[in-house]
Design a protein around this ligand. Structure first.
Ligand code: BTN
Length: 229
């Protein structure tokens, strides 16, 4: 069921706080968030009415990194109906070098929520308030889009991918995701909390981690900002 809220601090927080009353695969969509959060404790700018701010409820699910990977795949594939997208490890969706979507999963003992922010009708003025290069469907196509329709396409595709992963295992989807990232054999610099890792990506593991060959040996990186150098 789609639950639409006007104002909320964060759809992720709302979904986790109310998880007992919610059903599996419910989707919380807010017009605006007063304390939207992203990965690495970043704020997520949430101007009213412009974008998708949503959280998908997955009851009795542990916070498996594969779920955020499937969400990024679902968004990247859906937005391709309108613009050319790519995935930046681990789960940002970009158009060119500008971010159009971020995914942030959180969990508690009752389940996991997959938070998805997609810039749909965000004005150029509001985009310029974001501290990193960002874009929206409006900025890319010059046309306004129906947020709820795009969300429906994203969630339909996400649930299809989840069902496929459950039926067939993750290996095939992992390969699709790995190809989307275009990082194998690339020289990268990864900024993690308090540490920078430089080297060549040799593998992307089944848990989503980057395996990097550095001057000091192999390093596994689970979170951070990756830059191809
Ligand atoms: C990131 O790129 O760091 C992830 C951003 C995720 C933002 C979405 S908006 C809906 C949901 N509620 C939140 O507070 N965050 C996510």
């Amino acid at each position: 069921m789609l639950i639409q809220l006007k104002t909320v601090d964060s759809t992720n927080k709302y979904a986790l706080d109310n998880i007992d009353k919610l059903s599996d695969r419910d989707v919380i969509l807010a017009e605006t968030q007063t304390a939207g959060r992203g990965r690495l404790a970043r704020d997520w700018l949430s101007p009213s009415g412009e974008n998708i701010y949503c959280s998908i409820v997955l009851k009795n699910q542990t916070n498996n990194p594969l779920l955020t990977i499937l969400a990024a795949l679902a968004v990247a594939q859906t937005l391709r109906l309108y613009v050319s997208t790519r995935i930046k490890w681990p789960n940002d969706v970009l158009v060119g070098s500008k971010k159009i979507c971020g995914v942030f999963a959180q969990s508690n003992s009752k389940g996991t929520v997959i938070g998805i922010g997609v810039n749909i009708n965000m004005s150029v003025k509001n985009l310029s308030r974001i501290d990193k290069p960002a874009t929206s469907l409006l900025a890319e196509t010059g046309q306004k889009h129906d947020k709820t329709e795009v969300l429906q396409q994203i969630t339909d595709r996400f649930f299809l991918l989840c069902d496929q992963a459950q039926r067939e295992g993750f290996a095939h989807l992992h390969e699709i995701w790995q190809n989307e990232l275009q990082l194998i054999n690339k020289k990268v610099r990864v900024q993690t909390v308090g540490k920078e890792i430089c080297g060549t990506v040799i593998q992307i593991e089944q848990d989503g981690a980057l395996l990097i060959e550095t001057a000091q040996g192999k390093e596994k990186v689970l979170a951070g900002d990756v830059y191809v150098v």
